[in-house]
Design a protein around this ligand. Structure first.
Ligand code: PGA
Length: 219
């Protein structure tokens, strides 16, 4: 499997910003074919981003930043897995911002992972450490220590690898990514670790030039 670079735009970018980003980054992606890039924009941007990626033929997969834990119906504001099906391949579930700011529980993370899988979306469950429960059947896990998220203070590649190994000891079939202040100077060090198969990047992905520098560091 090629290393997975998941780009998490979080609550950033207008339609115009996202189209500019795609225009600058999209045509360059062919030359970084050693990695697989998965872009996770906000829900409202997804249709226009999906349409642009498809018509331009950019080698870019798409993901959502979360999904509802319920199938659908009278739940104002929710976005269900069935709505996302056909538009994205991946769904981030249980990001620490969802847990800590919006009170998402382990039980909801579990329900979200099950419902994503039911509709053919690949759940990427984010864990804060080796103790965070991982729902049954989940194959992609991202270790994101809270202290490293958006702070510029990444975990050490060595410790991230140890956590990844500890998670794999419990769940041998999972693939582990690392997220938290990944930048052009450290991305290769994380990907060189034997138990880390990709990264999640937010801050360093927002400006197209910065994101291309990050990919350049992997050449
Ligand atoms: P960061 O965020 O790259 O800004 O540290 C990563 C994440 O929260 O997924």
């Amino acid at each position: 499997m090629r290393p997975l670079i998941i780009v998490n735009w979080k609550c950033n970018k207008t339609t115009q910003d996202s189209l500019e980003w795609l225009q600058k980054v999209g045509p360059r992606l062919e030359s970084y074919s050693k990695v697989e890039v998965v872009l996770c924009p906000s829900f409202v941007l997804l249709p226009v981003v999906a349409q642009t990626v498809r018509s331009a033929g950019y080698p870019l997969r798409l993901g959502a930043q979360t999904v509802s834990s319920i199938e659908g119906g009278a739940y104002t504001g929710e976005v269900s897995a069935i709505m996302l099906k056909g538009m994205v391949d991946y769904v981030l579930i249980g990001h620490s911002e969802r847990r800590d700011v919006f009170g998402e529980t382990d039980q909801q993370v579990d329900q979200k992972a099950q419902i994503a899988a039911k509709y053919g979306l690949m759940p990427v469950v984010l864990v804060q450490g080796e103790q965070t429960p991982i729902p049954e059947g989940v194959k992609l896990v991202a270790y994101e220590p809270v202290f490293a998220i958006g702070t510029g203070k990444a975990d050490t590649p060595d410790n991230a690898n140890k956590v990844a190994q500890a998670v794999k000891n419990k769940r041998p079939n999972v693939i582990i990514l690392y997220g938290g202040s990944v930048n052009p100077d450290n991305i290769k060090l994380f990907l060189d670790q034997p138990h880390i198969s990709g990264t999640v990047v937010a801050t360093a992905s927002l400006v197209p030039q910065n994101f291309l520098e990050l990919l350049d560091a992997l050449r």
